[in-house]
Design a binder for this molecule. Sequence first.
Ligand SMILES: [Fe+2]
Length: 434
Amino acid sequence: MEHFGLFLSLTLLFLSPILSLTDVPELSREPARPLAFVPHDRSKSEPQQVHVSLAGKDHMRVTYITDDKKVESVVEYGKQPGKYNGKTVGESTSYRYFFYNSGKIHHVKIGPLQPNTTYYYRCGGNGPEFSFKTPPSTYPVEFAIVGDLGQTGWTEATLSQIKSQDYDVFLLPGDLSYADTHQPLWDSFGRLVEPLASQRPWMVTQGNHEVEFFPIIEHTTFKSYNARWRMPYTESLSESNLYYSFDVAGVHTVMLGSYTDFDSDSDQYQWLQADLAKVDRKTTPWVVVLLHAPWYNTNDAHEGEGESMRKAMESLLFSARVDVVFSGHVHAYERFTRVYDNKADPCGPIYITIGDGGNREGLALSFKKPPSPLSVYRESSFGHGRLKVIDGKRAHWSWHRNNDSNTLLADELWLDSLSTSSSCWPSNGSTDEL
Ligand SMILES: [Fe+2]
């Protein structure tokens, strides 16, 4: 099946020059690049695959893995290199997948931390020193966003381009490692992203490639993902690592799960409803949502796959006046106008597909013709996006195409927060009557 998929991808890429690919002028498109496997070159006791994530107000979670099960789950940290005033003991987990046994996966929540501050830290009382910067508590704040990352030469190009320009928080709308049950690829992915993910919080949600259901052998879904990429679900009163939310400097970000229950009687739906109801748009003017399978999509790839979730949840997001919805899954870039229920609506979210991180499956090359008037920009290229929130009213969105190994600004947009649009809110400020 995998070989067939690879054959299909290669065939499509071979045919790409003669297919009508996008609505933008013809570009030279290079084929998918090979796997970028990152070998294990540290000792068994040395922490590896280090990444950090936001973990509730003023806290960060440091995650690392050791082969040596005797290594403690402990993080020492401070504001000066080599001087660790703080020390926190956390917890650890591990998992088994068929014949594969994971290393010891450590999760250590540290804080309280000051905003917009660099901290130096060491994991497990051993190994190299890392550093991260906490996000600011006030504007401006910048998010780097890309889904369907994978681990190929294109992924390396994308990561290098993201790293070349600073950002505060990384957002990933699903499909991380493309391990697809080959568990050592999860470890390789952890090593590949460590240079970035150990320095800035990486906030992720899951895609179909995280499910890893295997008939007869493995029935526990999201086993690797949940063990390795623990997100602040308890901190946001969710009962599942598959959906959660967090706040950064006046931006409330909601991560949803496309591959867990979302109907109105589901835990996810009930949690989302309660979570959105708590947002005070006076103090938190921006609301951003990420999920994997897009609700709006004019690419032939994955057509209609997000439709049942859209039907179940779209009215919740619309009533809450969500500003932007990011998704992945489709390996291309596409930006829609403000939409609600398949119609342009000035009070609906902007929908953006950003599944173009550089995975092994290649690009989704075929868009529907004629173009939908709701779709403003669409292109089959690898790249990444940036949402720079200037203040409570304005934000700048930009999409950066991986042009060979250089980055090129290809699409941009100034956004006004819906919190500032008086026509989208009833006079009492409540959405109950909408
Ligand atoms: Fe996907």
